[in-house]
Unconditional design. Sequence first.
Length: 246
Amino acid sequence: MDAATRLRRLLDDPRRLFADDNLPAGADLPRWLAPLPEWLENFGLNIAWLVVVINLVGTAFGFWYYGYQFSIEPTAMWPLVPDSPVATLFIALSLALWRLGRSNEYVNALAFFGCLKLGLWTPYVLLAFKADFSYLHWAMYNFLFWSHLAMVVEAFLIQRYAEFPSLAVLVAVGWYALNDLVDYFVPIAGTPHHTLIPAEPIVDGVVQHVSPAHEYAAAGAVLLTVAATFLALATRVAKLERGVID
């Protein structure tokens, strides 16, 4: 069924938005691996193309938001700077490829890691350094907070169609571990490259990675990389045990 026909069917009967017609069957995973109610999974997958568009718009906004940080980072480090926009690009690609019948496990794993990690890290720092973010308009603060939590919801849609093979998970671990390394521990050029947080002042165009703000940001990032790794592999094991995948 092509996208236009599917859209017409959904609009003709909105109840189909919550049905599982032509969707991957659920694997009856434990709630801690598949925390979304089935109707919400179905809804997200049924409107996948709309979710793709929203994420592409979010990616463009994210690159704009990182504009100042690009200006103070070495050009060679730019690919490792815009964490959240890259994550929303990954989930847009993951859903689009799945909808086109060309699902790619490497993209799926990168999307799962990115949406889970950045979707939780950003609200974490917004809360941990709330007083320092007081310069943000309340609308922007809430937009950043809730839009990033929505990325976590998107991450848990992926388990319906992804298998998380070990090599794909290894690639995702490698990418996000590299990000953690250069963001907090071993910057390749200049100072660490993590997303700017107002608790760390900028003096003459150089970020001052002061304690304990730097350590708090690092701890959240590293723990979330570990958590994403565990959840991806645990999902694969659970699907193997249930005979959903070979």
